[in-house]
Design a protein around this ligand. Sequence first.
Ligand SMILES: [Zn+2]
Length: 285
Amino acid sequence: MIQDIYPKTYNCEYSEKEPLINSRIFFFYQNQVLASYQNNQLQIPFYYQIEDSVKQELPLRYLFAIDETDYFLADTVQTFNISPYQYQNISNFRGALPKDLSFAVATAYHLANWYRNNRYCGSCGALLQHDHKERMLRCDGCHNTVYPCIAPAVIVAVTNNDKILMTIYAEREYKRHALIAGFTEIGESAEETVRREVMEEAGLKVKNITYYKSQPWAFASNLLLGFFAELDGTDTITLDTTELAAADWFSRNEIIEEEDGISLTREMIVAFKNGYGAGATPGTT
Ligand SMILES: [Zn+2]
């Protein structure tokens, strides 16, 4: 999956670091990032490549480290020219190499959106201040505190003996097979989200809900929680056509999907194809 960068290690512990010459700096503009990308090799600007006049304009926020490399956000809505980099859509880099850098782009994008969308207090409208000890914003006017926002969502592999329920989303570019998925609502447990989403999207009941794995999915500020669940009762699908273009049962030998090393959805589909099912012990993939 996108976060699996072993043997490198992601370190999200917050501190107020200063950039070093070999720190990487993210410049985002909307859903684009300043990067170079050739032969599937991704590069992100180093601090030493930024002109002094630009450095002076930039509020830099320390984001995280991967092994010895520190990553910073240029916390700005302006665009900058830094040769040989160009602003490019972040979704181009999901499968880019090196893998730790493609994970870093996604994770930085999630943080950048949070910083960009939280400049002012949502309660009283005053400018928010950056806390020095943790990743938190505070309002000196009304004492409101704002922490990074992560939206939990479930992915559900509904199984019926040798078959799995696969879907195709309506009105999305992604036309490959997916699984039932949806956001957890306030007041709801993840297991309740599983039951509700399967009923809403496919009109099916499930039992024996089994947690599989989770995945940070920064493109939508998500934490995805993967579950397997067994069909309970009729297998007749009632499709929610506002969400899905199709949903059908597929037996293991009908699954053509291969592991992509990126998404939890794909890993779950391939795990089922390779014999994994609800009630079993989570695999080691
Ligand atoms: Zn306030």
